[in-house]
Ligand binder design. Structure first.
Ligand code: G6P
Length: 605
């Protein structure tokens, strides 16, 4: 979702801004733009194509300068069109980019129109540009501090002014923004990765902060206008976008990285101990009586899977809530619950807001399972477990999901231990199985050729059903999500027992029904559900363990999973579903890594 880069330097910053935008491309966008201070004037270039096209445009026009801002836009207010792309100008004096949503934009627009401002776009961002211009006192830093007080909603902004050539001002509330501190030059960006290779000295702005960037000055005030001393951290962010290696897409690369990602996530786990989650973990785990999981998208499905583990192994009650629902619904707070947020990016607006909502109701035992150690989520939770998937570029999450599952299984064992429900023997068996996961995943990845053959069939379909039972039901949900996200085939998942309560009406010969069928306690029930599908002519595509005793026959296609993996089986069973979605999308020729309308990092609600 929207990406921001800004810079004040004594050298031409155009390549830095464009490089930064390229590194933010993975977040998802539909237009982009850059504005620079050039000879006492504002100049910009905008495009509804990729950053590479913007770069060509900029090169052609020879646009260069020492002070400027750049942006990738993911449309919220107004279509993806050049006139809606950022940066927005006000009266050729103010240039501004924005990530977030301004809720009172209508009211402000009416006010600014009445004051004579003309609007070129449908965006809420242009409102901020005009507001800053209207309130301009001759000091941009002072003006922005006053202007943001009029904004309701979420924003990260970067702004500069024609009359102050060596200054960029940034502000954040609800959307991420970081400062990169250089030697006689300073930068702003949505995340540290955008500045990789430029500076590793990073300041994470806090809610309500406003920052004044000049060549030799980086001055931050908080929402009350008081000087704020924010630590400068050394962040070794690498541009994960750089190396695609032998793969065609990042999603494919990330699917195949899973053995390494899981290995790294579990590296250093020599035994089950609460300290793995933070110094205060034992004290917190000891006093909790339930778990509340908050997340969105794929991370939510990781949470749903964990509920099965936590309730059966640690015997602790678990609620899993979609963050965007939880944050607005009346719920009964339980201060003894462990609130667990799950997030790849650690910046998802709804998950952060849900966490804040829980905390506002005295639920302060917080833990995050997160892939970005420097993210807002990690900073705001008392405890954290960092998955070590590495940078995930593909919008459709893969390695982040399986590493989240690995971390959640570890949490399950830890809570079981604290609650006296894990014998030493069980601990040893589980640890052994976890250590074997990278090898087990590699053998599942070897099924790719068989899955490609299925994908060719799927590419011709417009609908698909996914079935699972028990802890494999969330895996069916994740499989359906993967397929719809990147191949645009309508896909739904059901717990197989629900089939007869509705979805069976959809089953015809045209309907492929993907079934996740490990040999667990529910296998016989699942087989009956499969019969119900076959009896209506539905085509079954089944991922079954050797022990499941399901053989291919007319209308029943089977891919045999290499081994049955007990409680950890969801981690293995999701992998063929990722590959099926990937190869189906490939066969349909969609933009696999950047599916239409979707964003990687959802920093607006
Ligand atoms: C977006 C991404 C998904 C992700 C979800 C939650 O929708 O495209 O892949 O699962 O956001 O993101 P998070 O970073 O909080 O896990």
């Amino acid at each position: 979702m929207c990406g921001i880069v800004g810079a004040v330097a004594k050298r031409n910053i155009t390549p830095i801004l464009l490089q930064g935008l390229k590194r933010l491309e993975y977040r998802g966008y539909d237009s982009c733009g850059v504005a620079l201070h050039v000879d006492g004037m504002l100049q910009r270039s905008r495009s509804t194509a990729r950053v590479a096209e913007l770069e060509a445009q900029v090169e052609k026009s020879g646009l260069s300068g020492f002070t400027g801002i750049a942006h990738t836009r993911w449309a919220t207010h107004g279509a993806p069109a050049s006139h809606n792309a950022h940066p927005h100008f006000s009266r050729e004096r103010i240039a501004l980019v924005h990530n977030g949503i301004i809720e009172n934009h209508d009211e402000l627009r009416a006010e600014l129109k009445a004051a004579g401002y003309e609007f070129e776009s449908q965006t809420d961002t242009e409102v901020i540009a005009h507001l800053v211009d209207q309130m301009y006192t001759g000091d941009l830093f002072e003006t922005v501090q006053q202007a943001v007080k009029r904004l309701h909603g979420a924003y990260a902004i970067a702004v500069f002014c024609r009359d102050e050539p060596h200054r960029v001002v940034g502000a954040r509330q609800g959307s991420p923004l970081i400062v990169g501190v250089g030697d006689g030059e300073n930068f702003l960006a949505s995340d540290a990765m955008a500045l990789a290779g430029i500076t590793d000295q990073i300041i994470y702005l806090e809610e309500g902060d406003v920052v004044d960037l000049q060549l030799q000055r980086c001055w931050i005030v908080d929402s009350d206008g008081k000087p704020a001393d924010r630590p400068v951290r050394t962040v070794h962010a690498h541009s994960g976008a750089a190396e695609l290696g032998p793969y065609r897409h990042y999603m494919q690369k990330e699917i195949f990285e899973q053995p390494r990602a899981i290995g790294d996530t579990l590296e250093g786990v020599t035994g089950i101990m609460p300290e793995l989650f933070g110094d205060k973990a034992y004290d917190i785990f000891k006093k909790i009586d339930s778990v509340l999981i908050l997340a969105c998208g794929t991370s939510y499905y990781a949470g749903l899977t964990a509920k099965y583990w936590l309730e059966s192994i640690a015997q602790i009650p678990v609620n899993v809530e979609i963050a965007s629902e939880y944050r607005y619904r009346d719920s009964v707070p339980n201060p003894k619950a462990l609130v667990v947020t799950i997030s790849q990016s650690g910046e998802t607006a709804d998950t952060l807001a849900a966490l804040k909502h829980a905390r506002s109701m005295d639920m302060t035992n917080t833990l995050t399972i997160c892939n970005v150690a420097t993210s807002a989520m990690v900073r705001e939770c008392a405890l954290a477990y960092i998955t070590r998937a590495g940078v995930e570029v593909g919008v459709a999450s893969t390695k982040a999901f399986t590493t989240q599952l690995a971390a959640l299984f570890l949490l399950t064992l830890t809570l079981a231990q604290v609650r006296g429900r894990l014998s030493e023997e069980q601990e040893a068996t589980c640890l052994k199985a976890m250590r074997h996961l990278p090898v087990a995943i590699s053998s599942v990845l070897a099924l790719e050729p068989q899955i490609i053959a299925w994908a060719e069939e799927f590419a011709r379909k417009e609908n698909a059903l996914f079935l699972g039972r028990g802890m494999h039901y969330p895996i069916a949900l994740e499989g359906a999500l993967k397929l719809k996200e990147i191949s645009y085939i309508h896909a739904e998942a059901y717990p197989a027992g629900e089939l007869k309560h509705g979805p069976l009406a959809l089953v015809t010969e045209e309907m492929p029904v993907v079934t996740v069928a490990p040999n667990d306690a529910l296998i016989e029930k699942l087989k009956s559900n499969m019969q119900e599908v076959r009896a209506r002519g539905g085509q079954l595509y089944v991922f079954a363990d050797a022990d499941s005793k399901i053989a291919s026959s007319e209308g029943l296609h089977v891919i045999r999973m290499p081994e049955h993996y007990g409680k950890l089986s969801p981690i293995l069973h999701v992998i063929p579903l990722q590959l099926l979605a990937y190869h189906t999308a490939l066969a349909r020729g969609t933009d696999v890594d950047k599916p239409r309308n979707l964003a990687k990092s959802v920093t607006v609600e």
